[in-house]
Design a protein around this ligand. Structure first.
Ligand code: PLP
Length: 383
């Protein structure tokens, strides 16, 4: 099946659910048994739940994996991956251009004795040096990255890491399975903050993981119910509903994002636009090769790189609100320095390019002229 069909029909057989056309919500903590030790598929919802199972099977199918897992938040999903596969003295190499919350989480793992190495893997040879010096247990990628939308070469890096026996995991939140399938490029584990595009309506926190193969699935199947960070049935049901429109939403998100990026690139108040769909983007060629589109996030740096200018933009937009998430139908703006990357030390933020004047737009599916008019009006106040 093609993707737009798959998001509607994947992993759901209505014969298993009284022929209900849409996946039902099993809002139950437990399921009845007729006798002790009866072999029933569902007993207790921390272990498994029918609505969660449909969502887990859906993400496995959409990401071309073998097994899926659903968590109470994205970060709970990343934590479960690290908790399952990393032990004290193990080494994890993560892209330095990483979602702030994942960066913070890895600091905790470092306190527990995991050797955490951040590396600029936009230069793939940096991985060679690390692999030559360390026994790397896991490589953790994020591409396109949050907020600068930098890309790394998934296939190349996965090949290098796997040749040294490392597990390769990737945060595919920004691309979604609509734009890239990292398992097809050699990754073992694909993670999504489904809070973003997969849900698509800004009303759920949820993490999804797809793995490729029993050797990754079995330990996760032990860890998830044991640590209990599962997604609730209602949230799974909402994400299942959101996924059905993923293809049409992503198409409109990226159509709007491309137009916005092109217009903002010419705007007198803007110093730089970061969008992989622009020929000026440092990884435009890789994006064309690796992805099936460029996504719905556009980041800009104001010429007036001050907190006063940033506040003026935020206060003068009427439709676009300041909020810390992305991927919903509505356009939003995020001030990366003080929101998504607030936990990062100032010097590191500056080193990574997360300046005061940086604003990340999650471009919604409203009419692009209304989106641009709202942003343009606010930008004029910084001139
Ligand atoms: C790229 C990326 N990964 C992971 C997360 C964490 O997901 P959640 O907020 O659902 O826990 C986020 C959240 O902003 C994100 O943007």
């Amino acid at each position: 099946m093609k993707f737009a069909t798959d998001v509607i029909h994947a992993a759901y057989n209505n014969e298993d659910h009284k022929r209900a056309i849409m996946p039902p919500l099993y809002q139950n903590s437990m399921f009845a048994m007729h006798e002790i030790n009866e072999n029933v598929p569902f007993k207790y919802s921390r272990l498994s739940n029918p609505t969660r199972k449909i969502l887990e099977d859906t993400i496995a199918e959409l990401e071309h994996g073998t097994h899926g897992f659903a968590f109470g938040s994205g970060i709970a999903g990343i934590d479960c991956i690290f908790r399952t596969f990393l032990r004290p003295n193990d080494t994890i190499v993560a892209v330095s251009d990483l979602y702030g919350g994942c960066h913070d989480l890895l600091q905790i793992y470092a306190q527990w004795g995991v050797n955490v190495i951040f590396a600029d893997l936009t230069q793939p040879e940096n991985l060679d040096k690390i692999l030559a010096e360390h026994q790397v247990k896991m490589l953790w990628l994020e591409t396109p990255s949050n907020p600068l939308l930098r890309l790394v070469d998934i296939e190349l890096l996965a090949k290098k890491a796997k040749a040294h026996g490392a597990i390769v995991g990737i945060d595919n939140t920004f691309a979604t399975p609509y734009l890239q399938n990292p398992i097809d490029m050699g990754c073992d584990i694909v993670f999504h903050s489904a809070t973003k595009y997969l849900c698509g309506h800004s009303d759920v926190l949820l993490g999804l993981v797809a793995v490729n193969g029993k050797e990754f699935a079995k330990p996760m199947q032990m860890m998830l119910p044991a640590t209990g960070a599962i997604a609730g049935p209602m949230d799974c049901w909402l994400v299942l509903r959101g996924i059905k429109t993923l293809a049409v939403r992503m198409e409109q998100h990226q159509k709007n994002a491309q137009i916005l990026a092109e217009r903002l690139e010419k705007h007198p108040a803007i110093a730089k636009v970061y969008y992989p769909g622009l020929p000026s983007h440092e990884h435009h060629e890789l994006a064309k090769r690796q992805m099936r589109g460029f996504g719905g996030v556009v980041t800009v740096c104001l010429k007036n790189d001050t907190i006063e200018a940033v506040n003026s933009v935020i206060q003068n937009m009427d439709m676009i609100y300041l909020a810390s998430s992305l991927g919903g139908v509505e356009s939003l703006v995020n001030h990366c320095y003080s929101q998504s990357h607030s936990g990062m030390p100032h010097d590191l933020k500056i080193e990574l390019g997360i300046k005061l004047g940086l604003l990340r737009f999650s471009v919604g599916i409203e009419d692009i002229d209304d989106i641009y008019a709202d942003i343009d009006k606010a930008l004029q106040t910084t001139l």
